[in-house]
Design a protein around this ligand. Sequence first.
Ligand SMILES: C[S@@+](CC[C@H](N)C(=O)[O-])C[C@H]1O[C@@H](n2cnc3c(N)ncnc32)[C@H](O)[C@@H]1O
Length: 282
Amino acid sequence: MTLRDGHELFIEGLNNFLEQAEIDFIYKSILKNGLNLDPIQLSIKPFTKLNFSEEIFIKESLLKIIAHEPLQYVVGIAHFRDIILKVDKRVLIPRTETEELVNWVLDDFETLDKQLKLIDMGTGSGCIGIALAKAQPFFSVYALDRDNDILELTLENAKLNRVQIKCVKKDMTLIKDFNFKVNVIVSNPPYVMINEKKQMKPNVLLYEPHKAIFVSDADPLLFYRMILEFASKNLKPKGYIYFEINPLLVKQLKELIATFSYTVLERLDIFGKPRMLRLKKK
Ligand SMILES: C[S@@+](CC[C@H](N)C(=O)[O-])C[C@H]1O[C@@H](n2cnc3c(N)ncnc32)[C@H](O)[C@@H]1O
């Protein structure tokens, strides 16, 4: 099989449900991120022969894409701001909305000149904590999640990006009495209600970890409430909390936050939806 044969196989397999530009993007990403081949070769040396294992990888990738597996899981890599992260089914694929949350934190702490302790709660791939540690070395970053197998990947990603972060294995629903003083809390916790499932795409529902995404319809703010209670005891004076939020829950969440002592600022995401809150300790 040549590079061009592989491309034709992708066009044949996907052209009933994807645009040509999207198929080209996927195929080139599989060459680059999955096989470490330069996709420009497809144009300049289309008859380059693929070896046996490359050919198998291409064929298997096509079947996975047809079965709705997200491209990032197929190639094992996701891009987030200026960093690359390994991803697999243990962790959520980082979203662009979350890049905006990180940008907000970095803008606020651009002139930081002394060490501050920051915790990324529900770190998953580590995208938030690692991107922050990389861009602002004055942050001393702690990354919290519930399982060691998730945190193994977080640490792997920290190493890959040459930053030092410390992992904390804790269940966020049990952090009320956790004694861990911090200056900044950043969190993109699970916030999608079960009743939203019917509007979601199969690539998310079939492959991404449900424990990273969903909360019960009966108590959708569980994680925010736990983090706020944790913060009541642990957030230092002049501390900040940055939350990624569900636009459908913004009113309820603001009511919950009003029972604590914070000045709240809201930001919209690139799609114009309320997606982020910044809480400044009064
Ligand atoms: C929406 S994902 C966010 C992942 C990553 N921070 C990001 O922005 O892409 C929520 C994360 O919370 C973690 N999580 C879910 N339930 C948890 C719990 N009870 N305790 C600690 N972490 C939990 C999941 O494993 C997942 O990594």
